[in-house]
Design a protein around this ligand. Structure first.
Ligand code: Z5A
Length: 211
C-alpha cells in the first residue's frame, strides 16, 4: 500500500526549478519530514545512463521523437519501480525534479507527438503512481533563456531547440494545469526569488494541511 506522497516539479527552461529545490529541501527539513529528492530523466544508475544518452548523445545521427519519448519512459520505468515506489511504500515523501507531465509538455507539445502514444505509455509505465502535488514553474521562455545565458553552462540537446519549441512546451503545461487544478499549482516564476519562495510556501502549507 502506498503511504508516502509524491511531489513533482515542472517548468520550462530556466524557470528556476533547481533554485527552488533548495528552498523545498529546507521546508521539509524544518518540519522534520523524511524526504527523498530525485529527478527525471534519471534518479537511478540505469536511468542516469539513459539521461546521458537522451541529453548528450555523441552522434551525428539525429534522435527521432519516437526514440526520445521511449527513452524518457524507459528511464521512468526504472525510476518508478526501483526508487519512487519503494520510497512511497515506506511512507517517505518523494520530490521529483520533473516527471510524466514533462513528457506531455516536451514530447507532446514541443515535438508534436500524438497524445495517444504518451497516454498509452503513461497508463502502462506510470499507472497509479501519480503525483499528489505538482509545482509548475511558469515563465515566458524568452525570460527563461535570458536567465540560463547568465548561468553560462553549455546547452544540452533539448536546450538547443528554438524558442517556438519552448512556447509550445509552456502552452501544453498550462493546458494540463487548467485541466487538473487540484493537483497542478502554478508558480509565477518570473518574480524575484523571494516572491517565488513565498508562493511556494503558501502552496506547500496548503498541501500539508491535506496530508
Ligand atoms: N525532459 C523531456 O523532454 N521529457 C521528459 O519526460 C522529462 C524531461 C522528464 C532535462 O531537464 C531535460 O529533459 C529538460 C526537459 C527534458 N530539457 N530542457 N530544456 P532538467 O530539469 O535537468 O534541466 P532544465 O529544465 O534544463 O533545468 P534548468 O535549465 O537547470 O532550469 P531550472 O532548474 O528551472 O533553472 P535554475 O538553474 O534554477 O535557474 C536558471 C538561472 O536563473 C540561474 O542562474 C538562477 O540563479 C536564475 N534564477 C532562478 N530563479 C530566479 C529568479 N526568481 N529570478 C531571477 N533569476 C533566477
Amino acid at each position: 500500500m502506498v503511504k508516502g506522497k509524491l511531489i513533482t516539479i515542472e517548468g520550462g527552461e530556466g524557470a528556476g526549478k533547481s533554485t527552488a529545490l533548495a528552498f523545498i529541501k529546507r521546508y521539509f527539513l524544518q518540519r522534520q519530514i523524511n524526504c527523498l529528492f530525485t529527478r527525471e530523466p534519471g534518479g537511478t544508475e540505469i536511468a542516469e545512463q539513459i539521461r546521458q544518452l537522451i541529453l548528450h548523445a555523441l552522434s551525428d545521427e539525429s534522435v527521432l521523437p519516437e526514440t526520445e519519448l521511449l527513452l524518457m519512459f524507459a528511464a521512468r520505468a526504472q525510476h518508478i519501480k526501483t526508487c519512487i515506489l519503494p520510497a512511497l511504500e515506506s511512507g517517505q515523501f518523494v520530490v521529483s525534479d520533473r516527471y510524466v507531465d514533462a513528457s506531455y509538455a516536451y514530447q507532446g507539445g514541443g515535438r508534436g507527438m500524438d497524445n495517444q502514444y504518451i497516454t498509452m505509455l503513461d497508463k502502462w509505465i506510470v499507472g497509479d503512481v501519480c503525483p499528489d502535488l505538482t509545482l509548475l514553474f511558469d515563465i515566458d521562455p524568452v525570460l527563461g533563456f535570458e536567465r540560463t545565458k547568465n548561468r553560462g553552462a553549455s546547452h544540452d540537446r533539448i536546450e538547443r531547440e528554438k524558442i517556438a519549441f519552448f512556447k509550445r512546451v509552456r502552452e501544453r503545461y498550462l493546458e494540463r494545469a487548467q485541466n487538473d487544478r487540484g493537483r497542478i499549482k502554478i508558480i509565477d516564476a518570473s518574480q524575484t526569488v523571494a516572491s517565488v519562495e513565498k508562493q511556494l510556501e503558501a502552496v506547500l502549507d496548503a498541501f500539508m494541511m491535506t496530508v
